[in-house]
Structures are given as structure tokens and as C-alpha cells.
Design a protein. Structure first.
Length: 214
């Protein structure tokens, strides 16, 4: 059983933190939004106070998990956006990458985006809904930067890129949430429909002459 004594080894605290996040991931994959600090501490083989020492509270643990999964998702989205393909195909690949990610780990998605349905299993004072907005804002800002770097939108382009970035993320989130819950169609059909919706001004905008193009 872990104690509160520090090892003093360089990087030991960061390694332990990663191990605890991996334990938290295992519980979230099993329990989804009902994952509790008690269950995560038990999975990690430590006491709940020690888990609090590493993350503060459930909000701190949630934030650490959100950063972990958002970083991985952003890496995948950038790879899809920068793949050597025609623009529409890259848009389709980017949408599909997001949907494939939430489909592959639906319990993680629900933990990050939805409060526990059973209030008896949720820690008092923690509302996932209050913490998911920063995650979506980060995705929106990252996508806005990618659009701004690759698409020539003319005067006011930076602001328009932010409008598009947050709008596209909002669309992906809302459509993906609906699709994951109801499964009304195949993922490919949803990707095609969303791409058709986006395929307006973006299709005719020119590439920036001073950037990598899109």
C-alpha cells in the first residue's frame, strides 16, 4: 500500500501520476460516468486520501483525464487534417477520426461529457457538465488555428476561423452524442452527411499562399 512519503526519485511523482491515471482509465472503461474516487483508489491499490493528494478532488482527476484524452484526440485529428488527400477527403477523415474515437471508448466519452445518471454514485459537489465546456473550447480553438493556418479567408479571417472552429466542434459533439446514443445510421453515413453540411464556402475558399495549404 502506498504511503504519503515521497520517494525523492526524479520523475517518480510523474510516473506515479501516470499509473494512477491508467488505473482511473480502467475504472472509467468499466463504469463510465459512474466511476467513483473510491473505485479508482481501490483499482490503484491506494487509499482515497492518497488519491486526493495526487489530484485534489474528482474535478482534479477529471481535468487530468480530460487533458490526457484530449491530447491524444488532437494528435489524431491533426494527422487526419494533414494527410495527403483532396480537401473533402481530409474533412471526412477528420470527422470520422472523432466519431471513431468516441465509438471505440464510449464509457470514457460519457465520463468526460455527462454527469452520472445515478446521483447516489456521484461525488457531492461535482458536476461533469460544468467541466466539459473547457474541453470543447480547447478543441474549438485548436481547430480554429488549423483552419487559420491552412485556409485563406481574407479580411477578418482569424475571427471567422474561430467561428468555424467552435461551430464545427459543436456540430461534431452534438451529432456524435446523438449518434452514439441512438445509432440511427452507420458511422460512414453520418460522416458523409456532416461533410455535405460543411461543404459550402469551405469548398471554394483558396489556400493561404504562406501556409501549408488545406
Amino acid at each position: 500500500m502506498e504511503t504519503t512519503q515521497q520517494t525523492g526519485e526524479p520523475g517518480a511523482a510523474e510516473r506515479r501520476r501516470r499509473e494512477l491515471l491508467e488505473a482511473a482509465d480502467r475504472v472509467v472503461l468499466r463504469d463510465g460516468p459512474k466511476a467513483s474516487m473510491n473505485a479508482i483508489a481501490a483499482e490503484a491499490g491506494i487509499t482515497k486520501p492518497i488519491l486526493y493528494r495526487h489530484f485534489g478532488d474528482k474535478a482534479g482527476l477529471y481535468q487530468a483525464l480530460a487533458v490526457r484524452h484530449t491530447d491524444a484526440l488532437l494528435d489524431s485529428l491533426r494527422a487526419a487534417l494533414d494527410a495527403p488527400a483532396e480537401r473533402r477527403r481530409r474533412v471526412e477523415a477528420t470527422l470520422d477520426t472523432y466519431l471513431a474515437a468516441i465509438e471505440a471508448r464510449p464509457q470514457v466519452y460519457r465520463f468526460l461529457m455527462h454527469p452520472a445518471e445515478d446521483s447516489h454514485t456521484a461525488e457531492r459537489g461535482f458536476d461533469v457538465g460544468l467541466h466539459s465546456a473547457p474541453l470543447l473550447r480547447r478543441l474549438g480553438e485548436e481547430l480554429a488555428q488549423v483552419i487559420s493556418e491552412r485556409v485563406d479567408l481574407g479580411p477578418g479571417g482569424e475571427q471567422l476561423a474561430r467561428v468555424w472552429g467552435h461551430g464545427i466542434v459543436g456540430m461534431m459533439h452534438a451529432a456524435g452524442d446523438w449518434w452514439l446514443g441512438e445509432r440511427p445510421c452507420e458511422r460512414a453515413a453520418l460522416v458523409e452527411g456532416l461533410t455535405d453540411l460543411l461543404w459550402g464556402r469551405l469548398a471554394t475558399a483558396g489556400n493561404r499562399v504562406d501556409g501549408p495549404g488545406f
